[in-house]
Write a protein that binds this ligand. Structure first.
Ligand code: AMP
Ligand code: GLY
Length: 420
């Protein structure tokens, strides 16, 4: 099978590394890729949002399966274009990708499917903002209604800060979503969905805030671990039954079945699980830890999802133990990142690339806010954490920062689900 992966982050690096392990894969390409994917897959320049360009590349390269990593091309309908050209494609079409692209649409689907989520209100005019905010209690949750790479959300006790963020979004012409606050630990549950059948992967936890102890602003994700030692054996089945299957069924009922990876971002609250958000693709950085544990050949699995035969696929196999990833971010991230610095140690095993490029002189340089995602594994979370941080010591990027506490509270047994 010739597999073309579209995207250029550490998620895509993790995907191509896992695909390369599948004996069915005869050739791999990653477009546009980065300095890390280039070591495992052919690299092709590509504007990922340009459906015609993705189709042309799939044709020229004679792909058997096209895997679209990021949300932006999915929301833009690139998977529709690829399927219309006759290729098997992993990833939802534009209609189904609205589950991520429009938070208002996601709320509507959840309401129809009876799936618990935060109560919410859309505000599209500054004149309505104060009255709308008055209907909520702190902590305030203010979101951009569209795609914002994880950075459009402010969660704050401070009404003025919440108001200022909402005004800023409205001034830029973005509708604002106000939400009730959900307490309890967060979990990311990735499910393969082929329109009808839902197959969950191991649950993970992501660290969204930039600093240790969850300090500072939200980011695209600063680290993750899997599985969740505090979750209990039945949590995944409960979440599929209460959240993911009902949403997949509702999407199918609407005539826009979801195919690809449906990512439920959940808060495990004292009143039971509630959805924070859905994403229409593999999450980053959780993919780096989930795929580090997957033993089932990935290409056959993604292909079964793409062609609608998940129900016939054998049960998934997982490594024992745990995986941890720590993101190395450029100075300035999640604000304007400093770019173009030389990175050393990035060719070592376990070092996945996100914003990197190989210069003509062979040096690897930073090209984005999240630069690397260092992955460690071990027999348990403590061992995986130690392995990740040991690998991180071998990496150097001037001015970079990372969190030192990824998975630490779980390792210490400090994460608990209220009421469980
Ligand atoms: P989102 O972009 O919707 O995933 O939000 C980013 C992060 O903001 C989430 O991972 C949570 O940490 C936090 N967040 C979003 N919505 C809520 C909410 N209703 N209650 C509590 N925290 C939230
Ligand atoms: N880990 C958060 C995301 O992929 O959106």
């Amino acid at each position: 099978m010739r597999v073309l992966v579209v995207g250029s982050g550490a998620r895509e690096h993790a995907l191509v590394l896992a695909l390369a392990q599948d004996p069915q894969v005869t050739a791999l390409a990653c477009a546009p890729g980065n300095a890390g994917t280039a070591a495992v897959a052919e690299q092709h320049g590509l504007d990922v949002q340009d459906g015609a360009a993705v189709v042309a590349l799939a044709r020229d390269w004679t792909a058997d399966l096209v895997v679209i990593g990021p949300e932006i091309p999915l929301v833009a309908g690139v998977a529709d274009a690829v399927r219309a050209a006759g290729f098997a494609c992993f990833g939802p079409g534009a209609e189904a990708a609205r589950i991520e692209g429009s938070k208002a649409f996601a709320k509507d689907v959840m309401a129809a499917a009876g799936v618990p989520t935060a109560s919410s209100l859309i505000v599209d005019s500054p004149a309505d903002l104060d009255a709308a905010l008055a209907g909520f209690t702190p902590p305030y949750v203010v979101k951009d209604d569209g795609l914002a790479a994880g950075k459009g959300v402010v969660v704050s006790e401070d009404l003025e800060l919440a108001r200022a963020h909402a005004m800023h979004l409205l001034d830029d012409g973005h509708p604002v979503l106000l939400e009730s606050y959900l307490d309890g630990p967060e979990a990311s549950l990735f499910c393969l969905v082929d329109g009808t059948t839902v197959v969950p992967l191991v649950p993970a936890q992501d660290f969204k805030r930039v600093g240790d102890g969850d300090a500072g602003p939200n980011t695209g994700g600063m680290g993750a671990y899997a599985p969740l030692p505090w979750a209990g054996e039945t949590l995944v089945d409960e979440l599929v039954a209460a959240v993911v299957q009902p949403v997949a069924d509702e999407m199918a009922r609407r005539g826009t079945p979801f195919t690809g990876l449906l990512y439920a971002g959940l808060a495990l609250t004292s009143n039971g699980p509630a959805v924070i958000e859905f994403n229409c693709r593999f999450g980053d950085p959780e993919t780096q830890v989930v795929l580090a544990l997957l033993r089932t050949p990935l290409a056959a699995l993604l292909n079964a999802t793409a062609v609608g035969t998940l129900a016939e696929h054998p049960p998934l196999e997982w490594a024992d133990g745990a995986a941890v990833t720590v993101v190395v971010a450029a100075e300035g991230y999640p604000g304007t990142p400093r770019l173009g610095d030389v990175i050393s140690g990035s060719d070592a095993p376990g070092v996945l690339h996100a914003g990197t490029r190989r210069r003509e002189d062979g040096a690897v340089v930073s090209t984005g806010g999240r630069v690397l995602s260092v992955v460690g594994t071990g027999t348990d979370l403590a061992a995986a954490r130690a392995d990740a941080y040991r690998r991180l010591e071998g990496v150097h990027l001037t001015g970079s920062h990372h969190r030192t506490d990824i998975g630490l509270r779980a390792e210490k047994g400090e994460v608990t689900v209220p009421g469980r």
